[in-house]
Design a protein around this ligand. Structure first.
Ligand SMILES: C[S@@+](CC[C@H](N)C(=O)[O-])C[C@H]1O[C@@H](n2cnc3c(N)ncnc32)[C@H](O)[C@@H]1O
Length: 176
């Protein structure tokens, strides 16, 4: 956990720049097409964006009208998110919270929807986090999870940078 936190703290300033790549422009468009129908528009609905990073999805969801709690373990990803949320004037709808999504400090059945996009691949035991996400979700509401598989993750870590340390990292992702 500390290692992941440090990794994303360091990555926070450059994190959003990767989404200009064609791969992510397509990925984002397709993801939003499938995600949007599940996002509540009611102003009293509250969505949990678990591992929400720099608010890439939180902002889009809040723009539909709901409230969003973005929980992330990296202080610096949250700082980057705060700047974007302020620039959009969405502070009244988006709450940024430092926390571990494997131990969410909210009561059972709190949220009207839970999103966990592109974060569970970081967990050795993703089922612990999934149980926790389900616990805080209201009955019969949507839990939307998507994550890269390890092969794609490994490839993306070496794409354009076939340096030895990156190849080593890709290898670790694939064999661990
Ligand atoms: C690849 S980023 C995805 C961010 C965002 N969901 C997106 O789609 O752009 C993974 C995020 O998960 C966060 N994260 C990793 N482990 C976490 C944990 N145990 N609890 C909360 N956040 C976590 C990281 O800090 C990082 O911001």
């Amino acid at each position: 956990m500390a290692e992941i936190e440090a990794y994303y703290d360091k990555k926070s300033e450059s994190y959003d720049s990767i989404f200009a790549a064609l791969y992510f422009r397509v990925y984002d468009a397709v993801t939003w097409r499938y995600l949007e129908p599940y996002v509540p528009a009611a102003s009293d609905a509250v969505v949990l964006d678990a591992g929400g990073g720099t608010a890439r999805w939180a902002i889009r969801m809040a723009e539909k009208g709901c409230k969003v709690v973005l929980m992330d373990s990296s202080e610096k990803m949250l700082n980057a998110a705060a700047r974007k949320v302020k620039a959009k004037g969405l502070q009244h709808r988006i709450t940024l919270q430092k926390g571990d999504i494997a131990t969410i400090g909210y009561a059972d059945e709190t949220f009207d929807m839970v999103l966990c996009e592109h974060a569970l691949f970081l967990f050795k035991e993703a089922d612990v986090a999934i149980r926790e996400l389900k616990r805080v979700l209201k009955k019969n509401e949507a839990l939307v999870i998507s994550t890269q598989n390890r092969y794609v993750q490994a490839l993306s870590s070496i794409a354009g940078k076939p340096r030895v340390d990156n190849v080593e990292r890709a290898f670790k992702v694939l064999v661990n």
